[in-house]
Design a protein around this ligand. Structure first.
Ligand SMILES: Cc1cc2nc3c(=O)[nH]c(=O)nc-3n(C[C@H](O)[C@H](O)[C@H](O)COP(=O)(O)OP(=O)(O)OC[C@H]3O[C@@H](n4cnc5c(N)ncnc54)[C@H](O)[C@@H]3O)c2cc1C
Length: 411
C-alpha cells in the first residue's frame, strides 16, 4: 500500500468550477500541511478555441442569482460568491476581469422579484413612473459581471503561485473514473492510486463512465458579442416566471470591463446545435435594443440632414428620444451589426434535480488492494449559474473532501 501523502488528489475539469475548487484545495490545511500532490485533468483548458461544451468560456457572465426564495443552498452559494468577487474587484479593480455596475431587472407578466436581490448594495424598487409602460415591475441594485477568459487566466496564475508551480494540468479526455488507474494516466500522475477525485466536469457528467448522470442535460445558449464600451450598466428583461433560471424569455445586456458587451439570450432545453442560428441573432438584436436603445451610438443612426421627422416612420423601427434634445432617432436591429465581434453558442450544464454537490461512492481502483479506496466528490451540474455560485460550491466541495479524508483516517 502506498503512503497516503504520496497519493494524489485529482480535480477533473478546468472550467470555473474545477479551477475555483483547485484553489480552495491548495489553500486548505489538508494540502498545506501534508503537501499532497494535486493534478488537474481536463479536455478543455481556458485559452483553447471556444467550444460549446466548455461553458465557462462562453458565459456572459453576470452575477444575477436565480435562487428561489426558499432555496437556502443556492442562495448561500450565490451570496458567498458575490462577496468574494466584490472584494476581489475592490482590492484589485477591473484587471481581475470583474466589473461592478448598476443592474436593472425588468419583469413582464409578474410583479415579484427574488428576495436575494434585496441583499445587494443599492437595492431599490423602481417606481412605476420611472419604468417603461410595458414593464410590470422593475428593481435595480449593484452587481458585477465577469470577462471569463481574464478571470480564468487569473485563477491559473493563482494556482501556479499557491502550488509553487507544482500543480500540473494535464489535457486528457478521461473515459471513466475507473480509468484513473490506467497506465496512460499513471504516466502523468504517478504510480500511486489517487486519494480522491473531485468531479467538476460540467456537461461531461452525462457521458463520463462511472458517473453517467442521466439528470444532466444541455440548456443551449446563444449570445452576440459586440463592442460598445459606452455601456457600463446591465439590463435584463424577464417575461414570465424565472423558476430556477429555466423558464420564460430572458433578454440581457452584460457589459464587460474590456468594453465588450454580451447580448442574449436563449435557453433551449436539450438542444445540441453547436452553431449560431441566423433567426436567433436577429431576435436577440431586436430584443436587446428594445430594452437598451443606447446600445447604438448616435453616429450609427442615419442622421437627419434637414428635418429629423423626414426619416420617420419606417416599418418595424423603434423610436426613441436622443437625450433631452427632443430629436427622435430611428433604431433598427441592423444598426447594431457594425458593432458585432462574434456569435457564441454554449451548452449550460443543467441538472433536473439541481447541482450535484455531494460525496459519491468510493472507487476501488486497485483490485489487489480493496482497502485502498479513492474518495469521490461531485461538483457539477450548475446550469446557468456556475459563475455566480462557483466560490460557494468550491468551498462546500473542499469541506466534503476534508470530512471524508479526516473522518475515514485516510491520512
Ligand atoms: C450562453 C451562456 C451564458 C451563461 N451566462 C452565465 C452567467 O451570466 N452567469 C453564470 O453564473 N453562469 C452563466 N452561464 C453558465 C456557466 O457558464 C456554467 O454554469 C459554468 O461555466 C459551468 O462550469 P463548469 O466548470 O462546471 O463546466 P465547464 O466550463 O463546461 O467545464 C467543464 C470542464 O470539464 C472537462 N471535462 C468534461 N468531461 C471530461 C472528461 N471526460 N475528461 C476530462 N475532462 C472533462 C472539460 O474539458 C472542462 O475543462 C452561462 C452559460 C452559457 C452557455
Amino acid at each position: 500500500m502506498s503512503s497516503n501523502t504520496e497519493r494524489p488528489i485529482i480535480i477533473l475539469g478546468a472550467g470555473i468550477i474545477g479551477l475555483t475548487t483547485a484553489i480552495r484545495l491548495l489553500e486548505s490545511s489538508l494540502y498545506q500541511d501534508k503537501n499532497i500532490p494535486v493534478h488537474i485533468i481536463a479536455d478543455h483548458l481556458p485559452n483553447d478555441p471556444l467550444d460549446p461544451k466548455y461553458a465557462s468560456t462562453i458565459a456572459g457572465a453576470h452575477h444575477l442569482s436565480f435562487a428561489d426564495d426558499d432555496d437556502e443552498r443556492q442562495r448561500r452559494w450565490d451570496k458567498r460568491t458575490f462577496q468574494i468577487m466584490y472584494k476581489e474587484w475592490k482590492d484589485e479593480g477591473e484587471s481581475t476581469g470583474l466589473m461592478v455596475m448598476k443592474q436593472t431587472e425588468m419583469f413582464v407578466g409578474h410583479t415579484k422579484h427574488l428576495k436575494i436581490y434585496e441583499e445587494h448594495p443599492d437595492f431599490k424598487v423602481i417606481n412605476h413612473t420611472e419604468r417603461p409602460d410595458n414593464i410590470d415591475h422593475s428593481v435595480s441594485f449593484t452587481s458585477l459581471t465577469i470577462t471569463p477568459i481574464t478571470y480564468l487566466n487569473r485563477l491559473l496564475k493563482r494556482i501556479s503561485e499557491l502550488s509553487g508551480g507544482k500543480l500540473i494540468i494535464h489535457r486528457y479526455h478521461l473515459p471513466s473514473l475507473t480509468y484513473l488507474s490506467h497506465p496512460s494516466i499513471q504516466a502523468m500522475i504517478g504510480p500511486h492510486i489517487p486519494l480522491a477525485v473531485i468531479v467538476c466536469v460540467g456537461i461531461g457528467a452525462l457521458n463520463l463512465g462511472d458517473v453517467e448522470d442521466k439528470n444532466v442535460f444541455s440548456t443551449r445558449g446563444q449570445v452576440v458579442k459586440i463592442k460598445a464600451p459606452w455601456i457600463r450598466s446591465g439590463y435584463t428583461r424577464q417575461i414570465g416566471t424565472l423558476d430556477g433560471g429555466e423558464n420564460g424569455e430572458r433578454t440581457y445586456i452584460i457589459p464587460r470591463s474590456n468594453g465588450e458587451i454580451i447580448l442574449g439570450g436563449t435557453r433551449e432545453l436539450n438542444d445540441w446545435f453547436p452553431y449560431p442560428r441566423q433567426s436567433t441573432i436577429k431576435d436577440i438584436l431586436k430584443r436587446t435594443i428594445e430594452i437598451c436603445p443606447d446600445l447604438i451610438p448616435n453616429h450609427l443612426i442615419a442622421p437627419a440632414l434637414s428635418n429629423p421627422q423626414d426619416q420617420l416612420p419606417l416599418e418595424d423601427l423603434n423610436k426613441t428620444k436622443i437625450g433631452h434634445t427632443g430629436i427622435t432617432k430611428s433604431i433598427s436591429p441592423e444598426s447594431l451589426e457594425p458593432l458585432i465581434i462574434e456569435h457564441l453558442v454554449g451548452f449550460r450544464p443543467s441538472r433536473k434535480i439541481g447541482t450535484r454537490l455531494e460525496r459519491g461512492k468510493d472507487l476501488i481502483l486497485d483490485q489487489n488492494d480493496q482497502n485502498e479506496k479513492t474518495i469521490v466528490i461531485h461538483n457539477y451540474g450548475h446550469g446557468g449559474a456556475g459563475w455566480q455560485s462557483c466560490w460557494g460550491t468550491a468551498e462546500d466541495a473542499i469541506s466534503l473532501m476534508n470530512e471524508a479524508v479526516v473522518g475515514r483516517s485516510y491520512i
